[in-house]
Design a protein around this ligand. Structure first.
Ligand code: TYD
Ligand code: MG
Length: 445
């Protein structure tokens, strides 16, 4: 049966029978996209029963471990039957490699649907990675209805779709990769996953162009959204959960890309600390939190005389606006004037840090570079800085302190409110209330 489609405006919701460059109803340009309109009769007849919340007995979720501890960590303990997870990331970052490895280590029957590479190419990669094929099956197909047929036939416990942008449904005229196709294919696959109890992993490329639909348009359809990120010039890769109906978000899995595929890194703190032979100015170790996991990251700053009337403020892996704010606080409350200086800051190892608890490390790295005074590499810090110059507490200070102590640091500078009740063996704890005090301390660090 051929289903009817219409072109719906994403601004005003009006629908048209053909495509227009501008919506005939509201006049917005480029907002019409194709959508399937008819899906049988869904009008409800008669009375529909509802359930009392108090009578429902929630069951423990059955988890399917992926066999890769770091991926399981990001997923919140493994996949759940019927779960649909999206793995987004730049082309070439290692999405196919990761999920092929995961599928081969899952104990349940797996199906790998490849629309990007031929079955031979996938088999070659599996051989090169020395994966155990077990009961894994392959399908090289891009047509959605045929993929659904194969899923129905094989009934795998877990299936990988590589990638959602290559699939197309015969119900729509738009090209594969268009918003309409990507959305329709994901919706149909999700319906199948829920019905059959198959856990689905969808691969989606993140694209800068709006023309090809990126994973963003799928985020509300799927249960879990994972992003695979990392600096293409380093071998470290991070899997981050940004949405998860079956677990906590912002959990992080850390991998290293090696000759023989992706290897989990169970002690990632070492990755984000660079090793200097001698202490260098402009470097400060931050104890940050990624999800529930404490992580030590080196923050670097370079403060240099500006050669233009507009000094530059640039940050890599940290928020740019926050840097401007911190420089203002440093001037106003600690007397460090950088308006004739270019200021660059960088989080080592390609990690991205969004939490305000990085403030103190950024400020100390900036002051260290500005005054050419190195901070000992055995010192770690954390703490948020307010506009009034106060050092504010960070979440889960105890966890951060434990990680710092575990890695053999000797001294920490932390917000006063994060001061632990007991002593920590081998760790000297300096608590500060204001940024000027922290800057003064720099002389003895
Ligand atoms: P791939 O999984 O194909 O990326 P994606 O599916 O996200 O586009 O991986 C691409 C890169 O990974 C490729 O440039 C080569 C590198 N790689 C390794 O370094 N080691 C390996 O064992 C494999 C399989 C790939
Ligand atoms: Mg790929």
């Amino acid at each position: 049966m051929k289903r009817k489609t219409a072109y719906v405006c994403s601004e005003c919701g009006a629908s048209a029978l053909q495509w227009f460059g501008a919506c005939p109803s509201c006049g917005a340009a480029g907002t019409l996209s194709e959508t399937v309109t008819e899906r049988g009769s869904s009008a409800s007849k008669g009375k529909i029963p509802t359930v009392a919340l108090a009578e429902l007995q929630p069951r423990e979720l059955e988890r399917i471990p992926s066999g890769m501890a770091e991926l399981d960590r990001a997923l919140g303990g493994g996949l759940v039957p019927g779960q649909v997870a999206l793995l987004g990331g730049d082309p070439g970052i290692g999405k196919s490699t990761l999920l092929l490895q995961a599928l081969s280590s899952i104990s349940r029957a797996g199906l790998y649907v490849t629309g990007e590479e031929s079955a031979e190419q996938v088999a070659m990669r599996a051989r090169r990675l020395a994966l155990d094929p077990g009961g894994m099956r392959l399908l090289a197909e891009t047509q959605l209805e045929r993929v659904l047929g194969a899923l129905e036939g094989a009934r795998p416990g877990v299936a990988v779709i590589d990638s959602i942008q290559t699939l197309w449904s015969e119900a729509l005229q738009s090209a594969p990769g268009s918003v309409a196709q990507v959305r329709e294919c994901a919706a149909q696959l999700t319906r199948h996953a829920k019905r059959a109890g198959t856990a689905l992993l969808l691969i989606g490329h993140v694209t800068k162009e709006g023309a090809i639909a990126g994973p963003r348009v799928l985020e509300h359809i799927v249960d879990t959204v994972l992003y695979f990120e990392g600096d293409p010039h380093s071998s470290f890769r991070l899997v981050r959960a940004v949405k998860n109906r079956f677990g906590a978000v912002n959990e992080l899995g850390v991998f290293a890309m090696t000759e023989s595929g992706l290897k989990g890194v169970s002690n990632p703190s070492r990755l984000f600390l660079s090793s200097h032979e001698k202490p260098v100015p402009g470097s400060c170790v931050l104890a940050t939190l990624e999800g529930t996991r404490p992580l030590l990251v080196e923050i670097q700053a370079l403060v240099d005389a500006a050669h233009s009337p507009n000094p530059r403020r640039l940050s890599v892996g940290l928020e740019q606006n926050r840097l401007a704010m911190l420089l203002a606080v440093l001037h106003r409350h600690a007397g460090i004037a950088t308006w004739e200086q270019d200021v660059f800051v960088n989080a080592v190892g390609g990690v991205r840090i969004a939490e305000p608890a990085a403030d103190l490390a950024v400020c100390l790295a900036v002051v260290s570079s500005f005054s050419d005074k190195p901070i000992s590499p055995r010192v770690a810090v954390f703490g948020e800085i307010g506009l009034a110059g106060e050092v504010r507490p960070a979440q889960r200070g105890q966890d951060r302190l434990r990680e710092i102590a575990k890695l053999g640091f000797e001294k920490v500078v932390i917000p006063k409110s994060n001061l632990p009740k007991g002593k920590i063996v081998g760790l000297e704890i300096v608590a500060v209330e204001r940024i000027d005090r922290a800057v003064q301390l720099l002389r003895d660090l």
